[in-house]
Design a protein around this ligand. Structure first.
Ligand code: PMP
Length: 462
């Protein structure tokens, strides 16, 4: 840290925070007797808190976001230059960075052609849901409007997105939810036996469960299937072999739009530009947010095929015949300006290659740790998006106690290493340590994270 943060500033900031800030995902009772952590500065893979304590960030800003690392002056400059030129104009007008970033993005997404701008992952997903509903009205008299979503997947925080939310602990107490969203089973191979599924050909079996739901609901009522390519908050779930191929065939067979939620996987996190690109499939709609501008600006995108776009294009006199949607801040130019520079960095610094290399290394090392720590039941992930599921008993795959998982995260934090954990010890769920270092990570950063985890596991579980 540069030392400009005095003791005086510190107590004022902490007092203001405690008096007025309502923190995300936080129970505030403990702050009656302790102070919240306030992050002050970041550079590369490190962040410093209000006490000047240095942390190695193993989760890219807490929630898989800061893909190119902290303190990127070139992104700040690109945003600054754009802001003084034109910070904002909304409505139907375009912008220079909006046009240039869309061209760049589409060059990485063969088969897709249109970019719709928004500000958060939830918002991009809501817009995709609205498109599906409108297509149902335009083409099918309103019938083909249902949206399928998967157990354990998460698509955002709004009531609409929670209606498509497969994580009970996020949904509890926020109902009633919107109608027309239908849950299908997850595809977590490690828990195949718990689903009563065959271990052989599990991927096909899991995809076939989706088809069963489609047949039950009636294929002419189902408009879209929304899935994360690798499930994030639901436990870092990598799809089993054969899964995506079969899912894609099922969508084609029943004329169902395939909507892939790349809010976490998008823009490099798994070692390809997009997670779905590992599986040789062609989506109709893709949403993305976090890594699009690495948190340097609020931007999300919904990208569609020209075919989807064309459904909203006509010269008929019907005044309702276009996508009647707007977001005030979709007119901010800072988002695409930051996103364009973010993508340039990923390309010029070879960060996709680095992600694959470092991700493979970290995966191997975590698997190696299973010999020393019986508490690790499964290790999975893709690129620099990895998880280690903790189980109190390997045979029954019973989730480790939530408190102990929390203790591992806290122990790492005390060692100056930030890791994450997904989910709770709810029956049928999993407790998974989560790792998503910036795509710039080097071997010594990965070793540092792993050594903190190793000693935390020993301290907590023996
Ligand atoms: N989709 C996925 C897969 C996510 O992980 C998240 C956020 N964690 C969202 C959507 C929602 O994004 P946001 O918080 O930007 O609304």
């Amino acid at each position: 840290m540069d030392g400009t943060f005095s003791e005086n500033d510190l107590s004022r900031v902490v007092a203001a925070d405690k008096a007025h800030v309502w923190h995300h995902l936080s129970q505030h009772k403990p702050y009656e007797t302790s102070d919240p952590r306030i992050m002050v500065e970041g550079k590369g893979m490190k962040v410093w808190d209000q006490h000047g304590k240095e942390h190695l960030d193993g989760v890219s800003g807490g929630v898989w976001t800061v893909n190119v690392g902290y303190g990127r002056e070139s992104i700040a400059n690109a945003v600054r230059d754009q802001l003084v030129k034109l910070n904002y104009f909304a409505g139907s007008a375009g912008s220079i960075p909006g046009a240039l970033f869309s061209e760049k993005l589409i060059s990485k997404m063969p088969g897709l052609s249109r970019v719709y701008y928004a500000n958060s992952g939830s918002e991009a997903n809501e817009k995709a849901f609205k498109m599906v509903r409108q297509i149902a009205h335009k083409r099918y008299g309103g019938t083909k409007h249902k949206i399928l979503y998967r157990d354990r997947d998460y698509h955002g925080t709004t009531i609409g997105c929670l209606s498509a939310g497969g994580q009970e602990e996020r949904n509890a107490q926020y109902g009633p939810f919107a109608p027309g969203f239908v849950r299908v089973p997850h595809c977590l191979e490690y828990h195949a036996a718990d689903q009563g599924a065959p271990v052989e050909n599990y991927g096909e079996w899991a995809a076939d469960q989706i088809e069963q739901v489609i047949l039950r609901e009636g294929p002419d009522t189902v408009g879209a299937l929304c899935l994360e390519p690798v499930t994030a908050g639901g436990g870092v779930i990598t799809p089993p072999i054969g899964y995506w191929q079969r899912v894609s065939e099922i969508c084609k067979k029943y004329d169902i739009l395939l909507h892939i939620d790349e809010v976490v996987c998008g823009v490099g996190r798994t070692g390809t530009w997009f997670g779905y690109q590992h599986y040789g499939i062609q989506p109709d709609m893709v949403t993305m947010a976090k890594g699009v501008a690495s948190g340097y600006a609020a931007i999300s995108c919904l990208v569609t095929t020209e075919e989807v776009f064309n459904l909203f294009k006509s010269d008929a006199s019907d005044p309702l015949d276009y996508f009647r949607d707007i977001s005030t801040f979709g007119g901010c130019t800072s988002g695409p300006a930051a996103a364009l520079e973010n993508m340039r960095i990923i390309e010029d610094e070879g960060l996709l290659e680095n992600t694959t290399k470092m991700g493979d290394y970290m995966l191997d090392q975590l698997r190696g740790m299973m010999d020393r720590h019986a508490i690790i039941g499964d290790v999975r992930g893709k690129g620099l998006f990895l998880g280690a599921e903790l189980v109190s008993d390997r045979d029954s795959r019973t989730p480790a106690a939530e408190k102990q998982v929390g203790a591992v995260v806290a122990d790492c934090m005390a060692q100056g290493v930030i890791i994450g954990a997904t989910n709770r010890s709810v029956p049928g769920y999993n407790n998974t340590l989560c790792f998503s270092p910036a795509l710039i990570a080097k071997k010594d950063n990965i070793d540092h994270i792993l050594s903190a985890v190793d000693s935390a596991l020993t301290r907590v579980f023996g």
